[in-house]
Each structure stands twice: as C-alpha cells, then as structure tokens.
Design a protein. Structure first.
Length: 586
C-alpha cells in the first residue's frame, strides 16, 4: 500500500486530500482501491482516534517527563547569521516502535523480571534496544551498536548514551532475556487478549525453517533437513509457531533442523496446555502434521482438531466427487460437501474450486509438456550417439526429469529397450496411463479436510481451516520484514534468543496492524513505518549575543500525509525533546 493525494480548488484555496490505496489485480488489469481516506478529522473522529490511542497506551499516552511540550518563555538576542542545525537523527520509526513496546507493557514487564543491579545500563533497556532495532531496521548486534543506534533518537527516548551501547552488552542482553521466554509468552497472551478482545478457542499451528550462515558446530539443533528457504546446502532449525485464528502470536518452540513436521505436534500441544491449561480448543493444522498416530493421540486426549489430508485420501471419496448433488456453495468459486467418516468419530469435508481446477490443469499441462520435450530430446540424443550409451546414466536422466516435473510424472509409463541397430544400443519408449489421467482430471481443484468437530457446518469448518493463512503470513513477516534469516549466531542459546527477539518484534508488528485496522488504515504496517521513518529529530543551535549558545532539540514537523496517519492513530508527535542538563546551554 502507498499514499496518494488529490488537490482540490475551493474558494480560491488549494486543499490537499490524502488517501491510502492498494493495487489489486482484476484478471489482466491492476486497479487501485482506496483503503482509507486520510483527510482532516472532524472533532468526533478525532475524539474516537484519541480514545483508541488511550485504549492501547493507557496512562502512558502522555510522557511529559521525556518531552518539553510547554517550554518556559525566554527572550534573548540571537545571531541569526550563525544559526545552525546539528545532530540529525531518525525519530519517527523508533518513536512508533517505542510506543508499541509500551503499549504491550513490555517496558514494565522487563523492568520486573530484569531488575537493575550494578550495571551501567539496565538490562530492561538493552532488551528494548534489541527488539526495537529488529522492528525498525533488522540487523546484527554489531550493526546496532556501531551504526544503527547512533543514527536514531533512542538515546533521547531511553536516556542511554551511545558510547555505552556496544555489541558485547547486546549479546549479554540476549542471554538475560532468554530465560524469561515462557513468562513473556504468557504476558503477551494476556496483553494482546486485553487489547483486541481475543479468544483462544481456535489455535493455528504451522512449522517453518530458517537457515544458518556457518557450520554452527556448537548448536546441536543445527541440522540439515527439508528447507522451506530453498537452501538445502545450509544447516537450519525448525520453528513451530502457534497463533490465534486472527494471527496473534501465542507461543513457539524451536526444533532440530532435521525434525519432520509430523513429529512436533505432541510436543507443541503439550507445551501450550502446560502453559495455558487444557481448555476446549480446536487445533488447526495442515496436512504436513497429519498422521493416524497424531490424530489418535489427539482423540484420546479429548482434543478437537481440523486438519488437511493428503490428496491420496480422495480415493475413498471418488463416488462423492462424481455426484452432482449434495454440494454447498460457500462462495462464488468454492463448493464444499460433508462426508461422514467410516467410524462415525470424524467428518470429512470435500472441497473443490473451479479457479483452482484451472490452475491445477494448467500446471499439469505445463509439466506434461516438459516431460514430453525432455523424453523427445533424450531420444534424439540416443539416436545420434556414436558410441554405446550408459544405461544407468540414461535412467538417472529420466529420473531427474520426472522429479523436476513430479505433478505429471505418474502419467507416463517409460521403458528402456535395447536396439542393436543404433550405436548407442538403447531406445526409449513411453505411453500415457489412461486411468491416471482420468483420476487427475477428476481431482483437479479438489482437496480434503477432516475433523472430529461434530456440530459445525461444512462452511464453518472450511472458513476456519483457511485461517491457516494467518500462520503462513506470520512466517512471511518473520522472514521478510523482520529478517529472522539467515541466522549468524552459532551457540544454541544465542540462536534461541535471536528467535525470541523476532517473536517479540512480530507481536509489536501485529499490534500495529490491529491498531491500524481499528483506525480504518488498512492492514499494511510497513506503509506507516516507512512514512514515519522520514521524520527526524535535530538540534537547532542558537548563538546568543550575551550568553553561551542555546541548543534546542526539536522534532521535524510531519508533512500532511504523515500528520494524517498520526491523526488516524490518535498519536501526538512531540515538538521538542528534553536535553541532557550538560548540553542545555553550551
């Protein structure tokens, strides 16, 4: 999403109206849709925005101890030709992140579990620096200490001098934060529940992986396995994330990189139940988590579930797929049908979509064409070869061809036959399997769900299952916006602390997104962060005639678009920052 403005002439004056728009593809065309109008708020809307800000910030909505909102009036003679500006710092994005940190109550929580001792910098403040940096400009601890922190206004917000924020202190901050992982998860559950009135009856669970740069020999969980990042050459760890049906984070677990998804279910479910109690919840998982052992274990514990099912299970419902009656249209491009399980304990939900059918058909046609072209190319090479071909090598080539085009591999029956009339001594023959092709056409666009929830309609079950996209979105944000990958840490505890910092930054991200949705600003936090990141703080130095220089630390006035965003969120940007006593007058 991005900002657009329109200029309108009224009464001889030019009025600028801002709106938040997004690009949406409609067929072959891309059109712009308005998400929210950001014109000037009237008094009623401004009151709503202020109330929304108070809901998130509570008593922290006004911090006059940090900002000079009403400085005392002083009259002095200034040497105008010597006025200058110094110490430009990035302010808007770190101020927004700091606001979200306080809205989640993480400042009070960290001060409670990380009480200040004899150290120069409270560990609670070091924790905030780590998470705010991950939210604003994800980078290494070394980059935070040597570059990022000195370029931001966090020194003013936290009152921590640049010179004492070094990478070793940040590393020790990771070590201090990690032991409180479970307490942090419990705190976020309570706070997010208060802010967004969440219920935790439906939990979404999914697994992803993130890879290492380096061998990570000191981390036993760093193993090679199935890589979602397309980096099988690197070691990795797997992360199992649990979120609510709205995508708000509840907890996570870190597993070895070679751990298969299906083996993580019991560990995660038991961990969540030990942490939050065994309530009547419905676990929603994709087909990668599905096994008969897992489902039997869930049923034995009286747990409810809704899971995806491997496509091979559609064989048991061929009759229902062929029938035209009994289907219910959930939306324009989707039909669903309830099918009772053979033992009566489960319900299967058949789903089919014309749009998905077209996509599956196009993909299968593409892979079929590639296999045919590959086989024809191989046959031409064998016919033109001047010496005997290695049969094993040719079979490997066919195997690689089928592997690259696995969606259509079952369609072909391929044979290698000896042909003494050729110097190569080999010939390839192939034919299509009619039965496989018929079944592939029948199941195009179809998939199967299963659940032991007995009193829900097919529409309710399907709508709940598609919420798994919230867990997938959480992984996308972790990997793209928060840059959880690659992991440069080598020690196991540092790796887990790095993931915890990303988890906390994601909680802030979701808080901003929820805040924006309630304010009518759409659902793209990146737009707001990038807009506010352009707001700077700087020192205005005023040389006085009869006194030393005066230094005023100001925040640059936001432009119209930034002011409209802040108005919608109900936030008030400070005009001046309180200077340290030693530099008030120079």
């Amino acid at each position: 999403m991005y900002l657009r403005h329109t200029r309108v002439q009224k009464g001889g004056k030019t009025h600028v109206y801002w709106r938040l728009v997004r690009s949406v593809r409609r067929g072959k065309h891309v059109r712009q849709e308005t998400v929210a109008y950001l014109g000037r708020l009237d008094s009623r809307e401004r009151a709503k925005a202020s109330a929304l800000a108070r809901h998130f910030l509570g008593p922290k909505s006004d911090q006059l101890d940090l900002f000079e909102e009403s400085p005392s009036v002083e009259v002095s003679r200034v040497k105008v030709n010597q006025v200058r500006v110094e110490r430009s710092r990035s302010f808007g994005d770190v101020w927004l992140a700091w606001t979200l940190w306080r809205a989640l109550g993480l400042d009070d929580f960290c001060r409670k579990v990380l009480p200040q001792g004899r150290e120069k910098v409270p560990w609670a403040d070091i924790a905030s620096i780590l998470v705010l940096a991950r939210f604003c400009e994800p980078s290494s601890e070394l980059h935070i200490a040597e570059d990022w922190y000195r370029r931001t206004a966090l020194e003013d917000l936290l009152g921590i001098d640049v010179d004492i924020v070094h990478y070793k202190r940040l590393y020790r901050g990771l070590d201090r934060l990690l032991p409180h992982k479970q307490e942090l998860e419990g705190h976020l559950k309570r706070r997010l529940g208060e802010l967004f009135k969440l219920d935790f009856d439906i939990l979404l669970y999914d697994v992803t992986s993130t890879y290492f740069e380096g061998e990570a020999r000191r981390n036993p969980k760093a193993q090679r396995g199935y890589s979602r990042d397309k980096r099988p050459d690197c070691k990795q760890v797997c992360i199992g994330l649990v979120v609510t049906h709205d995508g708000y984070p509840l907890g996570y677990e870190v597993f070895a990189g070679n751990r298969t998804d299906v083996t993580t279910v019991e560990d995660v479910v038991e961990a969540m139940e030990a942490r939050y109690g065994k309530a009547s919840r419905i676990w929603v998982m994709d087909r990668g988590m599905t096994s008969e052992d897992n489902l039997e274990w869930l049923r034995e514990g009286d747990r409810k579930y809704l899971v995806g099912t491997p496509k091979s299970q559609l064989r048991h419902f061929e009759k229902e797929l062929l029938e035209k009656d009994g289907w219910k249209e959930v939306r324009e491009d989707l039909e669903v049908r309830l099918c009772p399980g053979p033992d009566g304990e489960e319900t299967f939900i058949l789903c089919r979509s014309p749009d998905r059918r077209q996509k599956d058909h196009a993909l299968r046609a593409c892979f079929t064409k590639r296999i045919i072209e590959g086989l024809e190319s191989l046959e031409r090479r064998l016919s033109k070869a001047k010496r005997p071909a290695d049969r094993v090598q040719v079979e490997r080539q066919i195997g690689r061809l089928l592997e690259r085009n696995s969606r259509a591999a079952g369609l072909f029956e391929i044979k290698m036959v000896e042909d003494q009339s050729r110097p190569s001594g080999l010939r390839t023959t192939w034919k299509k399997r009619t039965e496989w092709n018929r079944w592939a056409e029948l199941t195009e666009g179809a998939y199967l769900l299963r659940s032991n929830v007995a009193d829900w309609t097919a529409e309710d079950l399907w709508n709940t299952y598609v919420q798994l996209s919230q867990a997938e979105e959480a992984f996308r944000i972790h990997k793209s916006d928060l840059r959880i990958r690659p992991i440069w840490h080598q020690r196991e505890d540092r790796v887990e602390a790095h993931i915890l910092v990303c988890f906390l930054a994601f909680a802030m991200w979701k808080t901003l997104k929820g805040w924006m949705e309630q304010a009518g600003l759409g659902a793209s936090p990146r737009t707001v962060v990038e807009e506010l990141a352009r707001i700077q703080s700087l020192d205005v130095v005023l040389p006085l005639e009869d006194e030393p220089e005066m230094r005023i630390r100001c925040v640059v006035r936001p432009d119209e678009a930034q002011a409209a965003l802040l108005d919608r969120l109900g936030l008030r940007l400070p005009k001046r920052l309180r200077l340290p006593a030693l530099v008030d007058r120079m």
